[in-house]
Design a protein around this ligand. Structure first.
Ligand code: G6P
Length: 606
């Protein structure tokens, strides 16, 4: 969760880069660094630890450059030492980076084979060498960046500074935020508008896949296909800086878009990006466990239901799961040596907390998956599995959910390893699938225009049905919950196989039936249920991948084609589609998306 800054100034920039970094220190403080051009030559100062250490370094060895980039690091790949501190540099450029380059091992091997020498453990250094390779081939900085960006998989934001280029900064965004600030003969880049608040309130935001070329005259934006793009600047009101919606209409939209980044952050809590292994922040004797119970409420409960499939399938661990408001009064007998897992974004939900206290009385080991580290649920647990979604303002949980799923998927892989149910090779394969998630989520976000259009027809419906099998069943329930809580359209999530036992009676030419079906082992079964709907004149909307679309044997009213991925963890990416459906339906209806009627973000009553 790093912070990045760039300034193209009329006077020396180092002090102002530091000031902006101070406002980004909430994003990480494992190390900090700055690069400027001193007489056209790239010069860096970096320091391990908090920004204060960099400040001391700069007061002893000041920098005078009029152009610079800066970084405050939250370590993902490589130890938090000075060598791994950003900016990373070659003889031709320096770069700062926020996010994860998922294919860094392949690119690193390729660049090493081409003779490029690496001095850090970071994924960022491959970006520096990749662009340098294009410069070495005679390309201009613009062309070199344009040629390199498509080679990077993952979710990231980048800022580049080039040797000898006193009037050029380049920024890029894919899955991680980046804002451009416009000043008086000066230009700025920052991870958020808050970082740039001391210099300007005129802000333009990069959209997904954009990159931008800055000089003192202004900014030129390009979209993901390298076509020039217009990104209008807007004044950010002084008070809005702290709870900034960016260029989104609602917090929910912003939070949907943050997912590639926050899921990436959450992964770094559980995965050693350098070795590609799972590493939990606590010890659990998985082998000695007699069983696992999960309780949660609302969206967190559906995250738990999906995790049940993972724990049972991967770790062969039987899972008992219930909504907390039922579990707390059920007096369920819990086995000796049981692990009780509680999932909560806020960490304050009254029913979930009551279940946790019951589990403590029952002598369970208590593990909570929480987003607010200081919450009561976190404090009362034996161990905490953090989600790093950041503050979630929209009442309907989005990024909280996918971060919960991410943490739970990592726990399931760790449990499977701990119980001797998963070979090292299979674990590595699963970890690679997990590392791919932020990049896949960024791709899924590209479906937004299609989903927005589809939502206009959904907005006319009074009822909707969501169907799915396997892990797509709890996701179907989450899709229905999202739709009802913010658009007030009555929706049900049903296991596709149960359709024939009741809900099929509801099928008519009015009610949309949204089928969640990645091309997995259950696909054919789900498709049969979908055919049953189509045969009765039902309106089918299919969320699948390209193989699923090719094999489904009918033409649905609409098909949302998700990127190809490991079907095991598909719910983490498919969640974005169901969230965007609910969001755009409610936004189109002009409803108060962030504060739906009768609901509350944190429910501290029974
Ligand atoms: C409320 C919120 C939901 C959330 C649920 C559980 O109902 O509106 O979005 O899923 O509480 O909250 P928690 O903080 O425990 O995850």
């Amino acid at each position: 969760m790093c912070g990045i800054v760039g300034i193209l100034g009329k006077k020396a920039v180092a002090a102002r880069v530091l000031e902006a970094l101070r406002r980004l220190e909430y994003r990480g403080y494992d190390s900090a660094g700055i690069a400027t051009l001193e007489g056209g030559l790239l010069t860096r100062r970096r320091a391990q630890g908090k920004l204060r250490n960099l400040e001391i370094r700069l007061s002893n060895e000041p920098l005078d450059g009029l152009i610079g980039i800066g970084h405050t690091r939250w370590a993902t790949h490589g130890k938090p030492n000075e060598i791994n501190a950003h900016p990373h540099a070659t003889a031709k450029l320096a770069v700062v980076h926020n996010g994860i380059i998922e294919n860094f091992r392949e690119l690193r091997a390729e660049l090493q084979a081409d003779g490029y020498i690496f001095s850090t453990e970071t994924d960022t250094e491959i970006v520096a060498h990749l662009v340098t390779r294009e410069l070495d081939r005679g390309m201009t900085p613009l062309k070199a960046v344009a040629a390199s960006l498509p080679l990077l998989r993952g979710a990231f934001a980048l800022a580049f500074l080039f040797q000898g280029e006193e009037d050029l900064l380049i920024g890029a965004r894919k899955g991680s935020p980046l804002a451009v600030g416009i000043g008086d003969g000066e230009m700025y880049l920052g991870s958020d508008a808050l970082a740039l608040a001391p210099f300007t309130s005129l802000i333009a935001y990069l959209e997904e896949g954009d990159w931008v070329v800055l000089n003192r005259e202004g900014a030129t934006f390009y979209d993901k296909d390298n076509a020039p793009a217009e990104r209008r600047a807007q004044r950010v009101a002084a008070g809005a800086f702290l709870v900034d919606k960016g260029n989104h209409r609602h917090f929910m939209a912003k939070e949907i878009y943050e997912q590639p980044e926050v899921v990436g952050h959450t992964l770094t809590q559980y995965i050693d990006m350098v070795t590609g292994g799972v590493r939990l922040p606590f010890d659990i004797d998985w082998k000695g466990l007699s069983g696992l119970s999960i309780s949660a409420c609302g969206t967190a409960y559906y995250a738990g239901l999906i995790a049940k499939y993972w724990f049972e399938h991967l770790a062969r661990l039987s899972v008992e799961i219930d909504v907390a408001s039922e579990f707390r009064y059920r007096e369920a007998p819990l086995p000796a040596n049981g692990l009780a897992v509680f999932i909560s974004q806020s960490g304050e939900t009254a029913d979930t907390l009551a279940c946790l206290r019951y589990a403590l009385q029952q002598k369970q080991t208590v593990l909570s998956v929480v987003n607010v580290a200081t919450s009561t649920i976190a404090r009362e647990s034996h161990a905490v599995a953090p989600t790093l979604a950041g503050p979630e303002i929209g009442v309907a949980s989005t990024k909280g959910f996918t971060c919960q799923l991410t943490a739970l998927a990592c726990l399931a892989v760790a449990a499977a390893r701990g119980r001797g149910e998963l070979s090292m090779d299979d674990a590595t394969r699963h970890v690679q699938s997990l590392i791919a998630l932020p990049g896949l989520m960024a791709k899924a976000l590209e479906l937004e225009p299609q989903i927005e259009k589809l939502s206009r027809t959904l907005a006319k419906a009074r009822h909707a049905l969501y169907l799915g099998r396997g892990t797509s069943f709890p996701l179907a329930m989450e899709g229905a919950l999202k739709l009802k809580e913010i658009s007030y359209i009555h929706a049900e999530g049903y296991p596709a196989g149960e359709l024939k036992h009741g809900p099929i009676a509801l099928v008519d030419d009015d009610m949309p039936v949204i089928v969640v079906a990645p091309y997995d082992v259950l696909f054919e079964k789900t498709v049969s249920n979908m055919q049953e709907v189509a045969a009765r004149g039902g309106r089918v909307i299919l969320i699948t991948d390209s193989k699923g679309a090719a094999e489904c044997g009918l033409t649905p009213e609409a098909a949302i084609i998700m990127p190809e991925m490991d079907p095991l963890f598909a719910p983490i990416v498919y969640a974005l589609a169901i969230q965007m459906i609910a969001y755009h339906t409610a936004a189109f209806m002009g409803l108060d998306v962030d504060r739906p009627r009768n609901l509350a973000k944190s429910v501290t009553v029974e």
